[in-house]
Design a protein around this ligand. Structure first.
Ligand code: ADP
Ligand code: FDM
Length: 212
């Protein structure tokens, strides 16, 4: 009998909602309960493409808007063989941002439609679960100032949030909205319970293709 595949679990959400904190805690909890799990994040700034993106985000270089959008997508596609290999090995992948950030951030720029922004990511491995960490801007502000990277302004983040709301209307994706204003442990318990269900379901279902 073929071994059971791992689940592809994505955390999305506004800046400072707790994505990174929760991805790490989820991976630790899964590993401690004997379930193989690894964390990934997009953009993955370690690859050649990722370094171009990182320099753009740090405002050390400028890139044309369509071009950088396609680089973010290429950065996901270049990791697909590795992701599939790990999932087939039974490793659950917990991913900090994915194609939803890609579509939400670029479509918040003038002159971009959501449909065009989603196209390059059509066919990526489809997450078994996407959790959106919901936090209002006032509460996010209590967690610290915006950083100095590109996109880190409240006006732009507000537009991004609206694009996420549109993406969440798509019933082909298994979205769960998480109240990220709770304390770290309560958010974690919520995320863990959704994740355990997704891991069980993924064992019995083939990996899908996103937005196809
Ligand atoms: P993100 O990856 O979504 O930007 P982080 O996980 O980096 O968010 O968290 C941003 C900041 O908020 C960090 O200082 C983190 O310790 C803090 N934080 C995360 N989750 C919570 C929470 N539930 N309550 C209060 N502070 C939090
Ligand atoms: N971002 C992230 C995009 O614009 N497109 C994408 O496809 C992805 C994955 O890059 F501002 C943006 C979102 C955020 C920045 O920051 C990455 P972090 O701190 O590494 O998540």
């Amino acid at each position: 009998m073929a071994s059971k595949r791992g689940a592809l679990i994505v955390l999305e959400g506004v800046d400072r909602a707790g994505k990174t904190t929760q991805c790490k805690k989820l991976v630790e909890a899964l590993q401690q309960s004997g379930r193989p799990a690894e964390m990934m994040r997009f953009p993955d700034r370690t690859t050649t493409i990722g370094q171009l993106i990182s320099s753009y985000l740090e405002k050390k270089s400028d890139l044309e808007d369509h071009t950088v959008h396609l680089l973010f997508s290429a950065n996901r596609w270049e990791l697909v063989p590795l992701m599939k290999k790990k999932l087939e090995q039974g490793i659950t992948l917990v991913v900090d941002r994915y194609a939803f950030s890609g579509a939400a951030f670029t479509s918040a720029k003038p002159g971009f439609c959501l449909d065009w922004c989603m196209k390059p990511d059509v066919g990526l491995p489809k997450p078994d679960l996407v959790m959106f960490l919901q936090l209002n801007p006032a509460e996010a502000a209590l967690r610290g100032q915006f950083g100095i990277e590109r996109y880190e302004t409240s006006a732009f983040q507000k537009l991004v949030q609206q694009k996420f709301q549109l993406l969440m209307k798509d019933p082909s994706v298994n979205w769960k909205v998480i109240d990220a204003s709770q304390n770290i442990e309560d958010v974690h318990d919520n995320i863990k319970s959704h994740s355990l269900k997704a891991i069980n379901t993924a064992e019995r279902t083939p990996l899908g293709e996103l937005w196809k």
